[in-house]
Design a protein around this ligand. Sequence first.
Ligand code: MN
Length: 317
Amino acid sequence: MKKIALEEHYISPDFMKYTQADFNAMNKQASDGFIAKLLDFDEQRIQEMDKAGIGTSVLSLTDPGVQKEPDTNVAIQLAQKANDFLAEKISKNSKRYKGFAHLPLQDPKAAAKELERCVRQHHFVGALINGQTNGKYLDENEYLLLWEKVQELDVTIYLHPGSPYETPYNLDGYPELEGPLWGWTSETATHALRLIFSGLFDRFPNIKLILGHMGESLPYLAWRLDSRWGIIKHSKNLKKLPSQYLKQNIFVTTSGMCSNGPLLCALSELGEDNVMFSVDYPYESSEVAAQFIQKAPITEKVREKICYQNAKRILKL
Ligand code: MN
């Protein structure tokens, strides 16, 4: 079955310095392999897409990009450079590639402007954001103008994992828990919950937020969010139950989560229109991801929605 994949990463030489720490944490064979695949837009990437039946990949700069840059002006310039670089690569193969913008979130106004430029000039489908930026989360007031722009342009934001600003005390002594195994899940789920509980989706009811990794554990927690929210003394006012924002504003992908239990949970809690196929290339195997969704115990109608129909509708491809 043909597929659209939307958590698929690249890098350009300018950004190696920001990702170096992540590569250093891997063995050399793994990091060399990832770097070669991240830099490639031609043979290997297309070959792997073909083998997995992926017709279109929505590409994004790998974590963290300029979101770790301390100098705001450098971040603004380099984000533009990344987006122009990606647009040029897409233009050479626009049938197979689409793009998510990379934003200089150190300056919310510049980020909104860059998003608009990328959508209008480069026809990108939204932006992929790698978690917090120098300690700032997207629910903070200064980002309201970015969300206004997101709603006006009617594009999606993919909230991708990134590291927390500081290593949490409770992970001390367990480096294996800091990254993709657990730390990023907890950090990204918390970021999404901050957006829900800040009332962002009451203000901007049409915003579509995408989470990878089958929703970073949130579909599993939907009932409990409602039940415990009701008893907290200082809860902020919300127009709906927390789980209703999960169902209406949040969409999830299967990136890096090739397991039937979480898939069935996401379908049951969020609905069959809210789940989309993705790989997390090159960090996960396109072949494993494709086989997983092809064999998953769901109807062919639901499989089609997950593989491409939902992404086509949500990203307006
Ligand atoms: Mn990823």
